[in-house]
Design a binder for this molecule. Structure first.
Ligand SMILES: C[S@@+](CC[C@H](N)C(=O)[O-])C[C@H]1O[C@@H](n2cnc3c(N)ncnc32)[C@H](O)[C@@H]1O
Length: 348
């Protein structure tokens, strides 16, 4: 459901049962943040993320490390809802410019429109629909070879997770899609219909370190392509683990890990990250700053290895000493920030 423009004629709210909307598409106030600002603030105050939005993580920590200055050029490699981009843009003006990349062409046009509405015209902000793995080619297409600042906030946005039509979450039923760019590649359902049991077990272990990877893979493959919804996938994992009398807490974690492993495969996340990390030092000006936010060990280990190697080879003058986490206050206010690790490097 598209957020409604306050200038459009009044529309009847969706019908729902009970006193509060429960389904994503019924949350007409949350999906219309410009019109129902007070209601949105109440949702945020209870520690929830309003439907159709994303709350940016570690904003102050990122600004302190990136130190955007007027006139500098920045890349937000994962534009998402545009929260980080907006804060960086404010500091780059006058004279600076930010390029915002995202593979998601469902959300990116909405983000671009919001930033334009906030006054960031095409002279200071350009939205580019692309994978960040293509960063050097993107810079070249913009007449640049290097920039001063690069940010990547890895993984999926709350808009993607919360929208059941995108198929990322086991918490709501929907088509088993999981593509960040729904027009490209195979959906998760298509992947599960053709993958071998051995390969599936391997990727569940490799991408998410799930101990019951073999049992889960065998159950999924035995369904012969009939797993086409998020509910069916979650039920298949639950039924399998129930046979082993595994407790509910573990089962939920195993479902979450399996969904994550499949999502990583569907979107080729690790290969894109590795290509991006290898290109990073060559895309930064001397003294340029890069920050990555990682959300699980598969991402974090790759970033740490790449930054440590870059420092040893003299490409970076400084890198993180220890991991930086979200503050206790942020974790309380935004539980989705709990697993973040902030890593940074400075170009020599
Ligand atoms: C966590 S969100 C970013 C949120 C953003 N920092 C904000 O403040 O709103 C991650 C975004 O990165 C995008 N993304 C993930 N992998 C990508 C890739 N390889 N190339 C470009 N965009 C990617 C996703 O589509 C998603 O919109």
């Amino acid at each position: 459901m598209e957020p409604i423009n306050p200038e459009e004629p009044h529309q009847r709210r969706p019908r729902y049962q009970g006193s509060h909307p429960r389904k994503f598409a019924e949350k007409y106030k949350e999906l219309n943040p410009l019109k129902y600002q007070e209601d949105i603030e109440k949702v945020i105050a209870r520690g929830d993320t309003p439907a159709g939005t994303h709350r940016s993580i570690c904003v102050q920590e990122i600004l302190e490390i990136l130190r955007p200055q007027p006139g500098e050029i920045a890349v937000d490699a994962t534009l998402g809802y545009g929260g980080h981009a907006r804060e960086i843009l404010r500091k780059l003006l006058p004279g600076g410019k930010l390029f915002g990349l995202d593979v998601d062409q469902v959300e990116q046009p909405k983000t671009e429109a919001r930033l334009r509405k906030d006054g960031f015209g095409p002279d200071v902000f350009t939205a580019i629909h692309s994978n960040f793995a293509a960063l050097p080619a993107i810079l070249e297409s913009q007449g640049l070879s290097k920039v001063d600042i690069i940010l990547a906030d890895l993984g999926v946005s709350s808009m993607q997770i919360d929208n059941p039509n995108r198929g990322f979450t086991f918490k709501r039923n929907g088509p088993l899609d999981m593509r960040m760019n729904p027009e490209k590649g195979r959906s998760a359902a298509e992947l599960l219909a053709t993958i071998s049991e051995k390969k599936l077990a391997f990727l569940i272990k490799e991408n998410s370190d799930e101990s019951y990877c073999k049992e889960i893979a065998a159950a999924i493959v035995s369904k012969k392509g009939s797993i086409t919804t998020t509910e069916k996938l979650a039920d298949t994992i639950r039924e399998t683990l129930n046979q082993w009398l595994i407790d509910e807490d573990y089962i939920i974690k195993a479902i979450r890990r399996t969904f994550q492993a499949i999502r990583i495969e569907v979107n080729g996340e690790f290969s894109a990250l590795e290509t991006f990390l290898a290109a990073l030092p060559y895309c930064l000006n001397e003294g340029g700053r890069v920050v990555l936010l990682t959300f699980h060990s598969g991402e974090d280990n790759r970033v740490v290895r790449s930054f440590e190697k870059g420092k040893a080879e003299g490409l970076y003058s400084q890198i993180f000493e220890t991991e930086i986490r979200s503050s206790a206050e942020e974790r309380y206010n935004n539980p989705r920030s709990k697993s973040v690790r902030l890593r940074f490097a400075i170009k020599a």
